[in-house]
Design a protein. Structure first.
Length: 255
């Protein structure tokens, strides 16, 4: 896998290119499938730039070479990634707001935080693919707890709402599988009637907004499994007694 041509072609899929010298340094690193899958998430779903990707792939490279070939910005991010790793090595408890603040401070560049979020998305998706429904999730429960407490809130804070929802849902799946399955099944069974109800709710709103000459976007969506789970806890009931399962969003195009 570790050939310049392969890496160059892989990165080109995402509109990223480097010089031959830069590619040679990247190619000299240990580049696993999970690393490249993280790159795909970072670029296509989070929108990270080529400098951030270089920093991620060169985290363990010689700092002098990184600065010479990529510049100070990339070097700063590699140092930030190393600091974040060292924070985990010290076994600092992640279950505190101070940990989040410390992580943000050590990262220095917000792109470092976006990179580690991309890493966590890749890891959770990997678990979701590899672990069957009958698997023992206890081995990944701590990772799921950490994802729910630390990474999902970070994603939300940085405006990555769909990623935040995905991380929360997968975390719930690995922590409370039976409950997750109950909610997912209920949503699947009621999807057709729910979609019809949402459409009947939206149409009168659309007609009124159009009559007012407004430019707008209106969308209906089912609330996330994690959100429904929180409602069940708060209301102390099962999913059959949760009635606000969808949300409507109206975005006005105002000058």
């Amino acid at each position: 896998m570790n050939t310049i041509n392969y890496i160059s072609e892989f990165l080109a899929q995402y509109g990223i290119s480097y010089s031959d010298e830069q590619l040679a340094l990247i190619e000299s690193q240990e580049l696993s499938n999970s690393l490249l899958e993280t790159v795909a998430v970072a670029v296509s779903e989070i929108g990270l730039d080529k400098d951030a990707i270089a920093a991620f792939l060169l985290k363990n490279a010689d700092p002098a070479q990184v600065e010479k070939l990529f510049g100070k910005s990339v070097l700063t991010m590699t140092i930030g990634l190393q600091r974040v790793d060292s924070l985990y090595d010290k076994q600092t408890s992640y279950e505190t707001e101070n940990f989040r603040k410390l992580l943000m401070t050590l990262a220095e560049d917000v792109r470092v935080v976006l990179i580690i979020i991309a890493q966590r998305v890749q890891l959770m998706r990997q678990y979701n693919t590899e672990l069957s429904e009958n698997a023992d999730f206890s081995s990944v429960r701590e990772i799921a707890n950490e994802t729910s407490f630390l990474y999902a809130p970070l994603a939300h804070r940085l405006g990555l709402y769909s990623i935040k929802t995905e991380l929360e849902d997968l975390s719930l799946k690995f922590r409370e599988y039976d409950t997750y399955k109950e909610i997912a099944t209920a949503l699947h069974q009621t999807k057709k009637s729910r979609d019809q109800y949402v459409d009947s709710f939206i149409q009168p709103l659309k007609r009124r907004l159009e009559a007012e000459g407004l430019k707008f976007t209106i969308k209906g969506r089912t609330k996330s499994i994690h959100s429904i789970y929180n409602k069940m806890l708060k209301q102390k009931c099962d999913v059959e007694h949760i009635y606000d399962l969808f949300a409507i969003r109206i975005i006005l195009d105002s000058p």
